[in-house]
Design a protein. Structure first.
Length: 145
């Protein structure tokens, strides 16, 4: 059996270099990736956005796309339509809905179980689990409001 790959303990990574090769994947938010670059990750709990709110947001996106001239948009296909928009319109779409979502998340809905030290410890332990094996962990914070 191969021994796990370990990383150089003295190097946490390099800052993002816009002149070097990188990739962007569109999901809920754009995800930028670059080999060797420092990464910032945000996790959210499943109950931080109730399903009824997600459904409402999907309907609002569809309504927005209809007003923008895409009557074929539905709650099932809005992502592919939004992805194919002209860049300026895509930026407007993403900015409008990103702001709405971030404001909602800042209101701290759900059970907020990370307020419990024993649950926050589970998250911290999980982050440390592969440190030095699959990645080099820098600073992190388990945040609650």
């Amino acid at each position: 059996m191969e021994s796990p790959r370990t990383y150089n303990d003295s190097m946490l990574g390099e800052p993002f270099d816009p002149s070097a090769e990188f990739s962007i994947q569109e999901r809920c938010k754009p995800h930028w990736s670059q080999a060797g670059a420092i990464v910032f990750i945000t996790f959210r709990l499943a109950d931080s956005i109730p399903a009824v709110v997600i459904d409402r947001w999907d309907r609002e996106r569809v309504d927005w796309l209809h007003r923008a001239g895409h009557p074929e948009a539905t709650t099932l296909n809005w992502k592919s339509i939004a992805h194919s928009l002209e860049q300026k319109l895509k930026d407007t779409f993403q900015r409008q809905f990103r702001q709405t979502h971030e404001r909602f998340l800042d209101d701290c809905h759900g059970a907020c179980v990370l307020k419990r030290p024993e649950i926050a410890r589970i998250v911290a332990d999980a982050l440390h689990h592969f440190d030095g094996i699959r990645y080099r962990l820098g600073d992190f914070v388990v945040m609650v409001k």
